[in-house]
Write a protein that binds this ligand. Structure first.
Ligand code: CA
Length: 232
């Protein structure tokens, strides 16, 4: 399955913003542009982005203020700072602002892309290598799930869905959360509820049809939860 990488470009110079966003979109990323620091901050706080490309010189709240507020709010999203040569301060160069890397303007798009790729590799929050609930086990690196030691024949999407649910085991996960975190198609116009329900049904058939306790439960009107069923 293709996980769409979402990148927020915060830049008021529309030509630069467009060039960066279009270039990244051509690489398959889903990009959004914010033209002010305030807009950038509110979007970065409200939506899930895998990376933020952040210009320092912005009207209103500037890039460093945005970055400080983002980190203060506990968001660890990787941030690539764009800065003009004469404004590369020691703070930025030392990256003690919470920026993960910086790029001096003007830059070649290839350079930006290389930095973005490196940050995405590094910044991807690592899922735990192995997850377990009852005798259901998930091996993240191998993208393999087993129940009672037997491999489960899951599609890529089913695997990602199951891994997400098991990562949140004991928590009820809504369809909206699943749409956002597993499907990651923010541009999609219609709700995914039916699609999600069908996947849950198939997943349940694959993981919960054996002799062991059921682990995937529907919480009516709310969503789904993975937990080990107490013996009745
Ligand atoms: Ca600017």
């Amino acid at each position: 399955m293709i996980v769409v990488t979402r990148i927020l470009v915060v830049e008021d110079e529309s030509k630069v913003a467009r060039a960066v966003a279009d270039g990244l979109a051509a690489e398959g990323c889903d990009t959004a542009i914010a033209a002010t620091g305030d807009e950038g901050l509110s979007r970065a706080l409200a939506e899930r982005f895998d990376l933020v490309v952040l210009d320092l010189m912005l009207p209103g709240r500037d890039g460093l203020e945005l970055l400080a507020a983002l980190r203060q709010a506990g968001h660890a999203t990787p941030v690539l700072v764009l800065t003009a040569r004469d404004t590369v301060s020691d703070r930025v160069a030392g990256l003690d602002t919470g920026a993960d890397d910086y790029l001096v303007k003007p830059f070649a798009f290839a350079e930006l892309l290389a930095r973005v790729r490196a940050l995405l590799r590094r910044g991807r929050p690592e899922a735990p290598a192995r997850l377990k609930v009852a005798d259901l086990e998930i091996d993240h690196a191998a993208r393999r799930a087993t129940r009672g030691g037997k491999a489960l024949p899951l599609t890529a999407r089913e695997f990602t869905l199951l891994e997400y649910l098991v990562q949140h085991q004991g928590e009820v996960v809504s369809r909206e959360q699943i749409a956002r975190e597993v499907w990651r198609e923010p541009a999609r116009g219609t709700p995914l509820d039916n699609v999600i329900d069908v996947h849950i049904m198939r997943l349940r058939r694959k993981i919960d049809s054996g002799p062991g306790a059921r682990v995937l439960h529907t919480v009516r009107g709310v969503g789904f939860v993975v937990r080990e069923e107490e013996e009745a």
